[in-house]
Design a binder for this molecule. Structure first.
Ligand code: HEC
Length: 152
């Protein structure tokens, strides 16, 4: 019960943050939007990293793995707003310009959200095989997008 409650709180927080983030973007300068984008990816890494490490046999499954995976799904919903107009050609951006006009790029975040949601379900079930498969599916969406749309 306690665990479920925690996950629910994390989900509500994530949804609230999504609202805050999209509002903030509307008032944000391009360099602020870029900072937010890179910070959101750091948050993706922070939440996904420990589950990925478990899948690679490099650590225990985090007790809050399901909540972490749900956070990744929420971040995938927030991220598109951080690729706002005016951030295409900032010197600090590691995004290839074509990402801003590509439908595949937008779909990449949908794929990440779907895979992270599945991973959360697997984490709740406690089925190690399903968790490892879920990590693989999430990791594929990271790599697929980075290969195509992130600068070297
Ligand atoms: C749909 C595309 C897409 C997906 C999916 C995606 N990324 Fe990225 N990622 C990017 C792009 C583009 C950048 C470069 C951002 C920039 O600097 O403009 C990036 C940057 C990053 C960074 C560096 C952020 C910084 O500090 O500059 C990390 C870490 C990262 N991604 C982790 C991940 C992980 C982990 C996943 C999967 C769980 C993931 N990404 C999924 C496109 C994606």
């Amino acid at each position: 019960m306690r665990f479920i409650k925690k996950a629910a709180v994390a989900a509500v927080f994530a949804v609230t943050m999504a609202g805050v983030a999209s509002q903030a973007v509307a008032q944000q300068k391009p360099d602020e939007a870029l900072k937010m984008r890179q910070g959101l990816f750091q948050a993706v890494k922070m939440n996904f990293g420990p589950i990925g490490a478990f899948a690679q046999g490099k650590g225990a499954l985090p007790a809050d793995a399901a909540a972490k995976a749900e956070n990744v799904a929420a971040l995938a919903r927030i991220l598109p707003a951080s690729f706002a107009k005016g951030t295409e050609s900032l010197p600090g951006s590691n995004t290839k310009p074509e990402a801003f006009t590509s439908a595949d790029f937008a779909k990449g975040f949908d794929a990440l959200e779907a895979a992270a949601t599945q991973l959360a379900a697997a984490a709740k079930s406690g089925d190690e095989g399903a968790i490892k498969a879920g990590v693989g599916a999430v990791g594929k969406t990271c790599k697929g997008c980075h290969d195509n749309f992130r600068k070297e």
